[in-house]
Design a protein around this ligand. Structure first.
Ligand code: ATR
Length: 291
């Protein structure tokens, strides 16, 4: 198994998954020889890399920035009949090798949902959601909100990417099933005064990964949100979260989301539910690794 991304050096996935695999092997010895690695793969090398992982008998891959969307265009990428929503989502974070191809899954939505419940005690149902970003991670979140949230507001630096995502979302089956579902794009530098009160702000951009990064949104410029969630977990407190804390807004970083999306990926690879003690160990391992 491996996670591939660019950059990847700081990923906690290997330490988390290797801990999970050793724990799992205690009751399931067939996993004793499984290992999880990380590889820095530039986007232009993705196709060759994925083919080589297959030839080298890798069984599962996690994908992170910037591969989640571009992987779907590769000839080796396949979608199982029960995962067809992936085509509409336009992003995969998990691959499983089978029958000479790599089958895609997306566990980010599951991760986000569980993290919001665990860390902030909230769900996205009937909530106004201010989603920052229009890449792979944002897509998974947006699809999850479609039809269940009260509205989605997508703020992204590049207008064309934002518009493309909104256009795709509006063509999805979920959207068509909930006609007139409100999806609005906005410029995060100049947010509109029409943004709703008590929204849940979710950062799905990579802005904040570097210590010198600006915040993706100035929370003082919008009506006070009910909660702020940042998918970034390293640094543990981005500028966005620091501002939320200063303003007394409940907030959480992406650490629990990392664990839940990883646990769900692992369940796809081992083709069975993870025992609770393995999940618990994954939570403890990432927390210890960040101390
Ligand atoms: P992921 O798979 O994690 O979603 P991605 O598909 O590469 O990664 O998407 C990265 C997101 O972060 C995009 O929304 C991107 O905005 P653009 O569409 O404008 O590129 C956003 N992002 C990355 N760097 C940024 C920066 N310096 N300022 C603002 N947004 C940024």
């Amino acid at each position: 198994l491996a996670v591939i991304g660019h950059p990847i050096a700081h990923s906690l996935s290997p330490v988390m998954h290797n801990a999970a695999l050793s724990e799992l092997a205690k009751s399931r010895p067939e996993f004793a020889k499984w290992r999880y690695f990380k590889f820095d793969i530039a986007p232009e090398q993705l196709e060759t890399a994925v083919d080589l992982f297959g030839e080298s008998k890798f069984y599962g891959l996690n994908l992170t920035v910037p591969h989640k969307t571009i992987v779907m265009a590769l000839p080796a990428f396949k979608v199982a009949p029960q995962q067809q929503f992936l085509r509409e989502m336009g992003a995969a974070n998990t691959l499983k090798r089978k029958d000479h191809g790599w089958y895609g899954y997306n566990t980010d939505g599951f991760g986000l949902k569980n993290a919001l419940a665990d860390d902030l005690g909230i769900g996205l149902e009937n909530q106004h959601v201010v989603l920052l970003g229009a890449g792979g991670a944002a897509r998974a979140a947006a699809v999850m909100c479609l039809g269940t949230s009260a509205s989605i507001w997508i703020g992204n630096r590049t207008e064309t990417n934002r518009d493309a995502l909104i256009k795709e979302l509006k063509q999805s089956t979920q959207f068509k099933a909930h006609e007139n579902f409100p999806i609005t794009g906005f410029d995060p530098v100049n947010p509109p005064s029409t943004l709703p009160q008590r929204a849940i702000v979710i950062n799905a951009t990579s802005l904040g990964l570097k210590p010198t990064d600006e915040s993706p949104l100035d929370l003082e410029k919008i009506p006070k949100p009910a909660a702020v969630f940042d998918m970034i977990y390293r640094p543990a407190q981005t500028r966005l979260l620091k501002q939320a804390a200063k303003m007394g807004i409940p907030n959480a970083n992406g650490l629990s989301m990392l664990v839940y999306q990883g646990a769900s990926s692992l369940e796809h690879w081992i083709e069975s539910p993870l025992p609770f003690d393995v999940l618990d160990l994954m939570h403890r391992t990432v927390r210890d690794a960040l101390k």
